[in-house]
Design a protein around this ligand. Structure first.
Ligand SMILES: Cc1cc2nc3c(=O)[nH]c(=O)nc-3n(C[C@H](O)[C@H](O)[C@H](O)COP(=O)(O)O)c2cc1C
Length: 189
């Protein structure tokens, strides 16, 4: 089983990659499960520029075809989102909107972060995953980044210590993800 963790933020100096690495280090280890970080900053997707609705599978651009192939590799996803102005970032919505069938029926765990945990972003993103007929986990870890946690470089100073309170909730949500992903009961794609 392959699970991709998609880093939703793309700005220089972001903490998304640091949190992604912390998540990967704290996920349940299973022999049959492989985790991969997919960084949207590497995909370099322009603002959505396909003429046809993605459900038609008629992609005109190489960047869309490459993004589609990358996402098709996985059986389930972790959407990692910061909260920007009470929502999730445009970079993540843009990347999601490029595709359609690639997402259908796939299990997804939403992990949010922000100065108040990013619950608003998480709730909005859940609506989107439901519209795409994905299977979101009931639990969505929300990581609070307190002001005293960040160093001068903007990164979290001691992430293992700072996020210790979230280790269990992350693990439990990930167990839900793995259970849904290995379930025989599938949503009709
Ligand atoms: C444009 C912008 C808007 C933000 N709005 C919120 C917000 O509404 N709620 C919140 O909890 N944090 C907010 N923050 C703080 C971010 O969640 C925090 O800086 C986080 O580290 C951003 O993720 P990133 O570093 O991966 O870009 C905002 C940050 C930015 C850059």
């Amino acid at each position: 089983m392959k699970i991709q963790l998609i880093i939703g933020s793309t700005r220089p100096g972001r903490v998304g990659p640091q949190i992604a690495n912390w998540i990967i280090a704290n996920l349940p280890e299973r022999l049959e499960t492989e985790y991969e970080i997919v960084d949207l900053a590497d995909q370099k997707l322009p603002l959505f520029d396909e003429a046809m609705h993605p459900s038609m599978n008629q992609y005109a651009h190489n960047h869309t075809k490459a993004w589609s192939e990358k996402i098709k590799e996985a059986d389930a996803y972790i959407f990692l989102t910061p909260e920007y102005n009470a929502g999730y970032p445009a970079s993540l919505k843009n990347a999601i909107d490029y595709l359609f069938h690639e997402w259908t029926a796939k299990p997804v765990m939403i992990v949010s972060y922000g100065v108040q945990g990013g619950g608003g972003a998480s709730a909005q993103l859940r609506q989107v995953t439901e519209r795409l007929r994905m299977q979101p986990t009931p639990l969505s870890p929300a990581l609070t980044i307190g002001r005293d946690m960040s160093g001068e470089d903007g990164q979290i100073k001691d992430i293992n210590e700072a996020f210790k309170p979230y280790v269990l909730s992350l693990y439990e949500a990930a167990e839900e993800l793995l259970a849904i992903a290995s379930s025989e009961v599938a949503v009709v794609a």
